[in-house]
Each structure stands twice: as structure tokens, then as C-alpha cells.
Write a protein that binds this ligand. Structure first.
Ligand code: PLP
Length: 394
């Protein structure tokens, strides 16, 4: 369907598209997020190939794990083949079992929910906050007060289904940190394992602490569209040595360490990041800080531009420093959102609405839901705009 856009709105959309184009002058069509390879990527890749260690062992995997732990301030990092596998593994190591309940937000990328499904656990959707776009502590507290009961084994159970509420997975949406310290207090009170889906928030801090390090475990993604990429990749971070060791063991086929014998004593997973991807990951991590500066300066320009336009730029929430992975704006309603999506995509600037809410997808239509008003509002009105590192700016 082609929308008839009213004249004043059309002028506004044109000005917006022209402004976005002026930030990416060398590109004919502007994508939402493109990778930049300006550092040691080629050197490390050549070194990796020359060494023949391109696969499941090698120095780049070890280096990347050390460097990621140091960067985030976590004690341990375990590199994984992608962010989805990292989420799956985080739940396994946290002890989540088939038929347990896992709480997450309806406003997320499908990977979070898919990983919960791999466990055979049930999804429970709790609303997000309007400003952070991540899981709402108030809504979580209200939901648990009304629907959870703590039994004598020390764990929380759902009053009506009787299932154990084993884990809670908030997500730091588009890089903006959610109120993770408050979520941690609530999860602690109910003895629910807190796993942060920090796939989008490498380089984002809440109260000066890196996202992904507040819960029992945190996970990252280094897919091609993320702030830094190694082609495909992910990682788990944790401060718990036993969990880190278990994640490493399970991601490497659960092999009993031995110099030549092949003995496995549990069902394991081939979830380890290959060394050749880790070579790319090391080179990208070296450039993360300049990338963040570049992205934050773009966010500042957007913030200035959108003032008084009727389109609201989503600023980093209070107490936090966002990586501004994907910048986003809030349109007045669904109709103007659709007009802007049509105009921008017709005119060489890629924009997109937020994901269809998870509770509406056929696979999760029977999931338990709290009140989801804020997520619904964001689904109707939010649009992501181009957010790549700008090459012309050093
Ligand atoms: C990108 C992403 C993932 C997983 O990423 P892959 O590396 O592509 O498996 C998980 N959760 C969220 C919210 C993401 O944005």
C-alpha cells in the first residue's frame, strides 16, 4: 500500500532524510549498521591463516577471551560461535531445565526467545520501560508479587502453572542499559538466575559498570550488524569461576582433558568460536573505543536535529552511558511511523520499525504475559535510523 503523505509531514521527512544523508556523504544508499575494518583485521587474519590454526584452538581465541574480560571488567569470558549459542549455553550453565519458566521482554530480537525454546523452557513476557526500552523493574516486581510464590526449596514458582521460575533475561535494547541493578535486587529476592542479553550493548555502562556484568552471566554478540563484529561470534561473561569452566567445557564437546585420548562424559556442544573469527574479534575490540566516540557524536547530532521536530530521539537513560548501537526515534503514532518508513526507504535511507513483539509470533502465542502496554507503544511508534561508524570522521 502506498501512503499519501500530507505536505507538512513530507517536508519534515525530507529534511530528516537529507540530514541523515549529510552524515554519510560517501554512500548512495545508507544502511542501518555497517561494519568498519580499519585496524589490524587483515594482519591478524593473515597471521591466523599462516599459522594453520584457523579452527577450534589457537591464540586468538585465548587472547580475545582475556581482552573481553578485561574490557568488560568481568573475571571470565568464554568465546562462543554466536550470540544465540552464548544465550543457550548461559541458561544451561545457570541450571535452567525443561519446563522451567524463563522471564524475558517481548521487545527483543528473536534469538533470546529461540534460546529459551532450545532448553524446552516456557516463556513469560514482562513489559519494558518506556525510556530504557528494557525490562521494567516495577513491572517485574508487580508481576512476581501477584503471581509467584517462594517454596521451601528456596525457589520461586508460578502460582497458576506450578512451574519453577528459573531465570530472567533482560535485554539492553539498542545499546541503552536497562535498570539492571534494580532487576538484580528483585531476582535475588526470588532466587531467580539473572542472565543479561547484552548482545547489543558492548561498550555500554550502567552506573559506570559494564552491561553484562550485573547478573550471574551475561552474553554478547559479534554478528555483522553489531557495534563490533567478527563475522559471526558471541561470548559469555561471568564472575563465577565454576560457571566459566563449565561453559568452556560444554562449548567444546564436554571432552575430558587428556593429551591424546578422546573421552567425553556428558552431552556437549560445538559452540566454540573458531580462531579465525577470534582473529577478527581481537582487531575489532582494539577499535571499540574510537567506534564508541564516533557513534556517540552521531547520537549527539541526531539529538540536536530532532529537537522540535515532533519526532523524539531516544536519549541514553539516566545513570547510563550507551553505545548507541542503533539510534532510534519515536514518531507521534503508527500512521506517521508508516509514512516515515515509506519515505525514507524510498529515498535511499534504510530505516525500520522495531521487532514484532515476541508474544505475537505463532511460536510464542500461548506464552504467559503480564501487562505489555509500553512494549506495544514502542512497537507502534519506534523507528531505527542509520547508526554506523562514520568513515570520514577520525
Ligand atoms: C544479535 C542478537 C542476539 C544474537 O546474536 P547472534 O550472534 O546473531 O546469534 C541475541 N539477542 C539480541 C537482542 C540480539 O540483538
Amino acid at each position: 500500500m502506498i501512503l499519501e503523505i500530507p505536505k507538512p509531514a513530507l517536508t519534515m521527512y525530507k529534511q530528516t532524510v537529507d540530514f541523515i544523508k549529510s552524515q554519510f556523504p560517501s554512500q548512495d544508499s545508507i544502511q542501518l549498521h555497517e561494519p568498519v575494518f580499519n585496524g589490524n583485521e587483515k594482519n591478524y587474519l593473515i597471521d591466523c591463516v599462516d599459522s594453520t590454526f584457523v579452527s577450534s584452538v589457537g591464540k586468538y581465541v585465548d587472547n580475545f577471551e582475556k581482552q573481553l574480560a578485561a574490557y568488560t571488567g568481568a573475571k571470565y569470558a568464554v568465546a562462543c560461535v554466536n550470540g544465540t549459542a552464548a544465550l543457550h549455553m548461559a541458561m544451561i550453565t545457570a541450571g535452567v531445565q525443561r519446563n522451567d519458566i524463563v522471564i524475558t521482554q517481548p521487545l527483543s530480537f528473536i534469538a533470546t526467545c529461540n534460546a529459551i525454546a532450545y532448553i524446552g523452557a516456557s516463556h513469560l513476557f514482562v513489559d519494558v520501560d518506556k525510556d530504557t526500552m528494557g525490562l521494567s523493574p516495577e513491572k517485574l516486581k508487580t508481576y512476581l508479587t501477584e503471581n509467584a510464590v517462594k517454596k521451601s526449596d528456596g525457589f520461586a514458582y508460578h502460582k497458576s502453572t506450578g512451574q519453577k521460575i528459573a531465570a530472567c533475561i533482560p535485554m539492553h535494547t539498542f545499546g541503552h542499559p536497562c535498570r539492571i541493578d534494580e532487576l538484580a535486587v528483585i531476582c535475588n529476592e526470588y532466587n531467580i538466575a539473572l542472565i543479561e542479553d547484552a548482545a547489543e550493548s558492548i561498550g555500554s555502562y550502567y552506573k559506570n559498570k559494564h552491561t553484562g556484568t550485573f547478573g550471574l552471566l551475561g552474553t554478547f554478540s559479534f554478528n555483522g550488524n553489531k557495534t563490533i563484529t567478527c563475522g559471526g561470534g558471541g561470548a559469555i561473561v561471568t564472575n563465577n569461576e565454576a560457571l566459566a569452566k563449565r561453559a568452556k567445557y560444554l562449548t567444546t564437546q564436554a571432552k575430558v582433558p587428556h593429551r591424546w585420548e578422546f573421552v567425553h562424559d556428558e552431552i556437549g556442544y560445538n559452540y566454540r568460536m573458531p580462531n579465525i573469527n577470534a582473529a577478527l574479534a581481537c582487531a575489532q575490540l582494539e577499535q571499540l573505543n574510537p567506534f564508541l566516540e564516533n557513534k556517540r557524536s552521531l547520537a549527539k547530532l541526531y539529538s540536536e536535529f530532532f529537537k522540535g521536530t515532533g519526532m523524539q530521539f531516544m536519549e541514553e537513560p539516566s545513570d547510563s552511558k550507551s553505545n548507541y548501537w542503533l539510534c532510534s526515534i519515536l514518531l507521534p503514532d503508527k500512521k506517521t511511523r508508516d509514512e516515515f518508513l515509506q519515505y525514507s526507504n524510498d529515498n535511499g535511507v534504510m530505516t525500520r520499525p522495531v521487532w514484532r513483539l515476541m508474544n505475537k509470533l505463532v511460536m510464542f502465542k500461548d506464552a504467559i504475559c503480564g501487562n505489555l502496554d509500553n512494549a506495544q507503544m514502542l512497537e507502534d511508534r519506534l523507528v531505527n535510523i542509520p547508526s554506523s561508524v562514520r568513515m570520514q570522521i577520525k
